[in-house]
Design a protein around this ligand. Structure first.
Ligand code: NAI
Length: 252
């Protein structure tokens, strides 16, 4: 048998945002590496599509992660049925572009609840030993805009830079429990989120954004590979790291 250092046979993971984009690509790759998955998203049809493409046993959970009260009971219920998980990836997220003077409290709160607060609720569940195995890995997905600024982006940047603080704090708090916590900060990836932004802002937008990435725009699988590494034993000495996966965007 050939040696696969990031093989994930007999591992179980929970992936949010699994109906589309990065979450979908991550789910497919993890299943190809042998992992069984709980796929969480608000979009049921998208989840069904992802499940069809997964190679191993996957269960879906249709859940609106902005509905904070529902997260714990729904996720605990499915984990009890599925078995303890070895890690989780929080990929569900929404973007919010608005010039400062139009920044809206309600929209900002909603962005925060999904992009940021859901990560805290999911981590709480993961630290319960009835829910997770002895050694675990939590991975959040932030953005280059958690690291660098851009115009009309305070709401989204707030939600993603907060994830960086959460990653570092939880890495320290959870190290004694042998739970690692890391965050991947992607540059622009050609997913539905990016396509809808490109449609709104016209043809120059696509080219301008591409030019900001020395290696060009990313593909979802460029991020998925790094996530698989962070969930695997190959990264067992990495915690509290923010890993930029951005084609060189933030190197400039
Ligand atoms: P996407 O729009 O393709 O996928 C996001 C998923 O989140 C969708 O399946 C959607 O149904 C789900 N979702 C939205 N609201 C939800 C809710 N209330 N409850 C549960 N699920 C919900 O987006 P993409 O591109 O895959 O983004 C994934 C993550 O990566 C996000 O956190 C995003 O901020 C981040 N990111 C994306 C970049 C890109 O260029 N696409 C760049 C940097 C970061």
């Amino acid at each position: 048998m050939s040696f696969n250092p990031i093989g994930l046979n007999n591992k179980k993971f929970l992936i949010t945002g699994a109906a589309s984009g990065l979450g979908k690509s991550i789910s497919i790759l993890l299943s190809q590496l042998g992992a069984e998955l709980i796929l969480v998203d608000v979009n049921e049809n998208g989840l069904d599509d992802t499940i069809k493409l997964c190679k191993t046993n996957s269960k879906k959970l249709v859940l609106d992660l902005t509905n904070t009260e529902n997260i714990r009971p729904k996720i605990e219920e499915i984990i009890l049925e599925f078995g303890k998980i070895d890690g989780l990836v929080h990929s569900a997220g929404i973007s919010y572009l608005s010039p400062l003077k139009f920044v809206d409290k309600e929209i900002t709160t909603n962005v925060f609840l999904l992009n940021t607060y859901a990560a805290i609720e999911l981590s709480k569940i993961f630290t319960d030993r009835n829910m997770s195995t002895k050694e675990g890995s939590i991975v959040f997905i932030s953005s280059i805009y958690g690291c660098v600024g851009s115009v009309a982006n305070v709401g989204y940047a707030m939600s993603k830079s907060a994830l960086h603080g959460i990653t570092k704090s939880l890495a320290i708090e959870l190290a004694p429990k042998k739970i690692r916590v890391n965050c991947v900060a992607p540059g622009f990836i050609e997913t539905e989120m990016f396509k809808s932004m490109a449609n709104n802002f016209g043809p120059d937008y696509y080219q301008n954004i591409t030019n900001l990435h020395p290696l060009g725009l990313g593909k979802a699988e460029d991020v998925a590979g790094v996530i698989a590494f962070l969930l695997s034993n190959m990264s067992k000495w990495i915690t509290g790291s923010i890993i930029n996966v951005d084609g060189g965007y933030t190197a400039q």
